[in-house]
Design a protein around this ligand. Structure first.
Ligand SMILES: *Cc1c(COP(=O)(O)O)cnc(C)c1O
Length: 460
């Protein structure tokens, strides 16, 4: 199995290189050269399905036995045996709970696996690496926790200052591990993501610092996340069309559903991307131009994104995998702040089975209240965006909304919306006992480059 760049101007690499590099050298994102054909999802343990899916994506690069070991270690700390349980919230209406990992959000699912994979590969090669992560809130915590104490990795996490919730911040800054460096940058998430891309595209620096990224642009994340869609499909019946409502920011989760479908793991593709006031993904799916809009702060901060990075992968497929067309669009975007999508893109998205719903902060709060009233569940604001979108949705078959984080990660919003105080679940209490460590700096690639250079120098 080889991986090619969405911008069509990089050599094909294997799964291991695609995973360790993150971003392709031409600035594009890695995609499998062809989607593997898998048999439909059948009831199986989470680890069994993960091994099946990841082995297909790894091809010859990794032994299935090795993959099994990685998956077993990655998913052992989850608080629920099935890793991603489905719970019924109404007649054939479901929540896919993705927050049973150590940092209470779905980012744990992929990040735990990536940390295991990196540790294994680096140990084998006798190498050390610096992992750079830009986070809108939950990826940073998942990455910090997954890599904390890892022997062969330093991890540098960029988050937008004051744009993540105090509890989200706690999970990244209170790991107590000295291989974790947190930088709070003065600006928004799109800014931190742009710095990450810029530094990865700086070849010299990338080599010098042994730099890799574990953002949602890393293919391993997408592959790992496609597993829970397959699990949900298997539980609801392999042939039943299922609508998935996906709270969307960077479009990683929704893309993982698309990938699961392309591999034959879903009966049908029927995805509703639920967005907050930062509705870039809704506009793109309706064929509007790619733009660098300004983000607005909302109650669902992990979705405050105006340039969803994984859209590039969908666009690649929408153009019939013409890397040149994708490269041209993103070059134009970088130059003028705007790029038209190819004619027919919107029709292609709709034909695949994509739709979008916008949910305001007021509707998010209403949904949190209504869900509590009707089901007794206290849900996080991101999950509420999905549930509100699902409520508008008419479907004969099952509708599955993704519960992307635990409500305890957003206690301020829960208190404001529901008048309830919610504490961290036992498994996360240790975070609150340790001091937070982070430095504040300007939203500048030079600043981050310099901090990483001195970190790496200190290790030598
Ligand atoms: C990251 C995140 C999202 C958005 O997921 P994407 O894959 O970026 O679209 C939604 N909810 C929560 C809680 C998240 O952490």
């Amino acid at each position: 199995m080889k991986y090619i760049s969405t911008r069509g101007n990089a050599a094909a690499v294997d799964f291991v290189s695609a995973s360790l590099t993150g971003l392709a050298p031409d600035g594009g994102l890695f995609c499998p050269v062809a989607y593997p054909a898998l048999s439909p999802a059948k009831p199986a343990t989470y680890v069994d399905t993960a091994v099946r899916v990841l082995s297909a994506f790894a091809g010859d690069a990794l032994d299935a036995k090795v993959i099994r070991g990685l998956c077993e270690r990655a998913y052992a700390p989850f608080a629920h045996q099935s890793v991603a349980p489905l719970v019924e919230v109404g007649p054939d209406r479901w929540m896919l709970e993705l927050h049973h990992g150590p940092t209470l959000a779905f980012k744990d699912v992929a990040m735990r696996l990536i940390a295991q994979l990196y540790d294994y590969l680096l140990e084998q090669r006798g190498e050390r690496m610096t992992i750079l992560c830009a986070t809108s809130g939950d990826t940073g915590g998942a990455a910090a926790s997954a890599f904390a104490g890892s022997k062969n990795v330093d991890i540098v996490i960029l988050h937008p200052l004051d744009r993540v919730s105090p509890t989200q911040r706690l999970f990244m800054t209170a790991t107590g591990a000295d291989n974790v460096l947190n930088l709070a940058l003065e600006g928004d998430f799109d800014g931190t993501q742009a710095i990450l891309k810029q530094l990865l595209a700086d070849d010299q620096f990338r080599r010098r610092a042994g730099l890799a990224a574990v953002n949602s642009i890393n293919w391993t994340r997408v592959a790992a996340q496609s597993v829970y869609f397959a699990q949900a499909q298997a539980q609801l019946g392999e042939a039943r069309p299922v609508r998935f409502v996906v709270p969307t920011g960077n479009f990683g989760d929704a893309l993982a559903a698309y990938v699961a479908w392309r591999c034959g793991l879903l009966a049908k593709l029927d995805i509703v991307a639920a967005v907050n006031a930062n509705d870039a993904m809704a506009r793109l799916l309706s064929g509007e131009a790619l733009t660098k809009g300004r983000t607005a702060a909302t109650l669902s901060p992990a979705m405050d994104i105006q340039l969803p990075s994984n859209f590039e992968r969908l666009l690649f497929d929408a153009t019939g995998r013409k890397g040149e067309a994708v490269a041209t669009a993103y070059a134009q975007l970088a130059e003028s702040g705007q790029a038209d999508l190819p004619a027919g893109a919107a029709a292609w998205f709709a034909a695949q089975g994509f739709a979008a719903e916008r949910v305001s902060d007021a509707e998010t709060v209403d949904e949190m209240r209504r869900t509590l009233r009707e089901t007794g569940w206290i849900v996080c604001p991101h999950t509420a965006v999905g549930l509100a979108a699902a409520r508008r949705s008419e479907a004969d078959g099952p509708i599955v909304s993704l519960a992307t984080a635990h409500a305890a990660k957003f206690p301020e919003t829960v208190e404001r919306a529901l008048g309830l105080k919610i504490g961290l679940p036992d498994r996360a209490l240790e975070f609150a006992t340790r001091p937070e460590k982070f430095d504040i700096g300007p939203m500048s690639a030079d600043y981050v480059r310099q901090r990483i250079d001195s970190l790496v120098a200190g290790r030598r």
